[in-house]
Design a binder for this molecule. Structure first.
Ligand code: AMP
Ligand code: MN
Ligand code: MN
Ligand code: MN
Length: 273
């Protein structure tokens, strides 16, 4: 019985179709899986049909990962058990996708100025019909030989302070939480350890997230050491938040795998119970 509450498909920047993701989850003995694509719920219907058609023993948790603005920073909020037919949710996601398109055009322009032509078209080709992300630009740049790995290309071109970085303009954090609630879901602060915040700022973020009605935060990912899980679980408990766990799986790699190493520290309250 493994629960994994954070994963991506080809409908955002993941590499697997919803069907392949589900098959892989079952091979890895996962019994509860949330699909949480960036700013889209388009994978959910496909996933549900695959489970029903093949009578698969998997509980699908309908989810979405919303990119949010927190002051000048960007943080991610995962919505779990959302009703994807909620008009307020779809209106928000439509706006986010529009902003993704506008940002992509601007990223393309900046790279063009830096003598890297064709990046917008290249990223669009990698995205297909998916919500376009910086990961699609990264794939194009690796293909062009601009750096060897996605990580290196982010460091050189796409992260804050670099040529191809465009400050985002996402929905405000409290508004994303409110819309997730309108859609009947639980709002979970995603990967709080990845925002490069000092512990003072991390506390401030978690406090404001809880204040705005947030329900839980992720305390366990695949490669996270026990002491960090403990620290995050205690921080969550302090703020009255429940605990979540998820691989943030995008594609098979040595670093992240569906369901791997997902467990909560003793005493943490699981968001799924
Ligand atoms: P976006 O939401 O369009 O800003 O795209 C961000 C996505 O790019 C994230 O969801 C990750 O999947 C991916 N990403 C961000 N930073 C890195 C990195 N350093 N290496 C590889 N992928 C990254
Ligand atoms: Mn991603
Ligand atoms: Mn994220
Ligand atoms: Mn994610």
């Amino acid at each position: 019985m493994i629960t994994d509450l954070h994963s991506h498909t080809v409908f955002s920047d993941g590499k697997l179709t919803p069907q392949a993701l589900i098959d892989r989850a079952l091979e890895r003995r996962i019994s509860r899986l949330a699909i949480t694509d960036h700013d889209t719920t388009d994978a959910l219907a496909v996933a549900r049909a695959h489970i029903a058609d093949n009578q698969l023993p998997l509980e699908l948790v309908p989810g979405v990962e919303i990119s949010c603005q927190w002051g000048a920073r960007e943080v991610h909020v995962v919505g779990l058990w959302v009703d994807e037919h909620c008009p307020a949710l779809q209106a928000l996601l439509a706006q986010q996708k529009q902003r993704r398109q506008e940002r992509a055009i601007e990223i393309g322009r900046r790279l063009e100025k830096a003598k890297i032509p064709g990046a917008l078209e290249g990223a669009r080709r990698h995205a297909g019909n998916a919500a376009i992300t910086r990961a699609h630009f990264a794939q194009f740049l690796v293909e062009q030989g601009k750096a060897k790995t996605l990580g290196a290309v982010f460091k050189k071109y796409l992260s804050r302070g670099n040529t191809g970085y465009v400050p985002p303009n996402w929905v405000a954090l409290p508004q994303a939480i409110a819309v997730i609630h309108q859609a009947g879901g639980k709002a979970v602060l995603a990967h709080p350890g990845r925002y490069q915040l000092s512990s003072k700022w991390l506390r401030k973020l978690v406090g404001e997230f809880a204040e705005a009605g947030g329900d839980a935060m992720e305390v366990a990912q695949c490669q996270q050491p026990q002491n960090e899980r403990r620290f995050l679980a205690d921080l969550a408990a302090e703020q009255g938040l429940k605990a979540s766990q998820g691989s943030d799986f995008h594609f098979p790699s040595p670093f992240a795998e569906l369901g791997r190493n997902l467990y909560l520290p003793a005493g943490a309250l699981p968001v799924w119970e």
